[in-house]
Design a protein around this ligand. Structure first.
Ligand code: SF4
Ligand code: SF4
Length: 303
């Protein structure tokens, strides 16, 4: 049986918004949700992807000759890939002299990822920061995630996990036993609307959050505030009541939507789901903060 290494799409250093103090954020690739406002579309697919930046292409056609699957062709002024034929061998990525083809995602061993994380140890020690595992959905690759969490624990690093909560409860609790802080995304309190905007209902997510809040692990909520999606007073009030009843939430990070992902969708050749303006004015953001605070919650505004 072939065991493939886990799949990642990025490691971000000196992150200031992914948990306490200075963090190194490791992004797992692959997510079961399809949020229409997703800022990290490169984290959705659970396979490596190959993209072509046409602006970099000089038309030499070396990639066409070097593709073993005849998946590439030159069409007057652009390189066209037949995704059905492409075997993801990455030859074109290596061949292209102008780096027009790019691989999105890479497989890496636990040792390799730990090797990257420990480089930032001095920043963790000075600031009280640590490592954050994000995605995509890190719990979708729970085995490698737990291995990484254990190794970071042995190295006495602070460990945060950013999750959508859409995962089997037993898996979540196993991850929780190796996690110091959860950053738990809460997107909508109405299950039908949650499914409309993310592709899945919220029953499992809310049940998991209830279970986690009774656990000893610390939990912060991340609420991505998206105009016309989840900014209604009804939704915010329902969220305030639910979180207040849990009684153990550290605070709520309010993440106002910013239109930053359009170029990423273009590069991936995917329809830009964020082409509608989902951003909110400062008054709407302040109103949301006040409504949640009225339920006794501490709310932080994230830029
Ligand atoms: S090898 Fe690179 S520059 Fe040459 S045709 Fe292919 S994509 Fe364009
Ligand atoms: S990844 Fe391999 S198979 Fe796919 S287009 Fe590039 S060279 Fe061809």
């Amino acid at each position: 049986m072939i065991h493939r290494l886990p799949l990642f799409f990025d490691i971000k250093r000196y992150a200031l918004h992914d948990g306490p103090n200075i963090r190194t954020t490791v992004f797992f690739k692959g997510c079961p949700l399809r949020c229409i406002w997703c800022h990290n579309p490169e984290g959705i697919s659970c396979e490596i992807e190959v993209v072509t930046v046409q602006e970099r292409c000089i038309g030499c056609q070396e990639c066409v000759d070097g593709c073993p699957e005849e998946a590439l062709r030159w069409d007057s002024d652009a390189i066209i890939r037949n995704d059905q034929r492409c075997s993801l061998c990455l030859n074109c990525v290596e061949i292209c002299p102008t780096l027009a083809h790019e691989a999105v995602g890479y497989r890496a061993s636990t040792d390799e990822i730990i090797g990257e994380i420990v480089k930032d140890r001095p920043f963790f020690d000075q600031s009280g920061g640590g490592v954050t595992f994000s995605g995509g959905e890190p719990l979708a690759q729970a085995g490698p995630l737990i291995e990484l969490l254990k190794r970071c624990g042995e190295l006495e690093m602070h460990r945060s996990v950013d999750t959508s909560g859409h995962v089997e409860t037993s898996t979540l609790l196993e991850v929780a036993s190796h996690t110091d802080l959860f950053l738990f995304d809460l997107k909508h309190m109405d299950s039908k609307l949650h499914e409309k905007f993310t592709g899945v209902g919220n029953e499992l997510i809310l049940a998991n959050l209830k279970t986690l809040s009774k656990n000893v692990t610390r939990v912060r909520i991340r609420f991505p505030l998206v105009a016309t999606v989840n900014d209604s007073e009804e939704n915010i009030e329902a969220m305030g009541r639910f979180l207040s009843d849990l009684g153990t939430i550290e605070h709520v990070d309010l993440l106002a939507y910013h239109d930053l992902a359009g170029s990423k969708y273009k590069k991936l050749g995917q329809p830009d789901l964020t082409d509608k303006d989902y951003s909110l004015g400062s008054e709407s953001i302040s109103r949301t903060k006040r409504l949640l605070e009225a339920h006794g919650l501490t709310v932080h505004l994230e830029k």
